[in-house]
Design a protein around this ligand. Sequence first.
Ligand SMILES: NC(=O)c1ccc[n+]([C@@H]2O[C@H](COP(=O)([O-])OP(=O)(O)OC[C@H]3O[C@@H](n4cnc5c(N)ncnc54)[C@H](OP(=O)(O)O)[C@@H]3O)[C@@H](O)[C@H]2O)c1
Length: 331
Amino acid sequence: MRFRELGKTGLKVSPIGLGLAALGRPGYINLGHASDLKKKYKVKRMEKNTHKVLDLAWELGIRYFDVAQSYGKAEEFLSNWLQKRKFESDIVAVGSKWGYTYTGNWKVEAQTHEVKDHSHSVLINQWEDSRTKLGSFLKLYQIHSATQESKVLRDQKVLQELHLIKQSGTSIGLSVSGPNQNETILEALEVKFDGIGLFDAVQATWNLLEQSATPALQAAQQEGIGVIIKEALANGRLTDKNEDPDFKDKISLLEFQEKQLDITTDALALAAVLNQPWVDVVLSGATTLDQLKSNIKAITVTWTEQMESELGFMREESQQYWKIRSELPWN
Ligand SMILES: NC(=O)c1ccc[n+]([C@@H]2O[C@H](COP(=O)([O-])OP(=O)(O)OC[C@H]3O[C@@H](n4cnc5c(N)ncnc54)[C@H](OP(=O)(O)O)[C@@H]3O)[C@@H](O)[C@H]2O)c1
């Protein structure tokens, strides 16, 4: 895999990164999550599985890893693996996030899985904790799911603190979610200290179904901000696991392309992201070795204008996309 620079951060990243949202805790919203983990939720067992997926990711050339304070034990599992493998910190980049606290208590059906709080005190506590766990591997610290409603982009105390973290050498980013991603990213581009933008990277949802953030992501890239894409598989909806009868026509459309390229739906969906000129990294959310092997085939795909126009039919109306996502059950 050929490395790229993440925006103008100076960080060298692999075009495919591995996200640990579904690996670090028993419950998540991705389709079929429970059966992929074979319902084996003991901490030791989950850590072992995570390390196996990380080993394969490394072998395949993946050098960017995405975690968050709220992904259960993801930071801890990743940190233990990095130490076990004795990697030098300059060849790996880890991005983590603050702003949600994990409250799932290691249960699949917890009453509340995570609690959002973008206050200054949470930033201080979580930054200390992430830094202690990940040390010099932690290259990027992101606001987890900034929205216009959360007002975090107008909280001067929080922004000042993030500026201090940036001055100490860690890049600063934000992740966004929901139908207003485009507006939130544009608002983030306006946050400046001494005329220089605070944010070095943005992580957003973009896939064959939901592309409403394209203009803001293009603008971010033009300003030298690194662009990381999450949920390229629409939480598993863009995989062979999707059995929704209303989705059948779209699956048939994908299958036609897949046969020609000899790949599966997930690889095609990831390739659609990788081939956008304004993308630096697309995250794989694989939880099994087979999924990761299948996901990685995305790098072999040569994207054509014909594919771009034929797959345009896949797009959903943004509000509808986020409504479906909000109804995906934790499993
Ligand atoms: N707000 C945020 O900052 C935010 C939000 C969401 C995600 N993220 C990050 O982005 C990463 C990727 O996003 P994501 O995992 O939510 O979504 P995704 O990439 O859209 O979906 C990944 C899921 O698709 C399924 N899958 C993958 N390959 C498959 C295959 N070959 N066959 C069948 N199913 C397959 C797996 O489901 P199973 O889990 O069921 O195996 C996997 O967990 C996360 O790990 C996380 O690091 C960040």
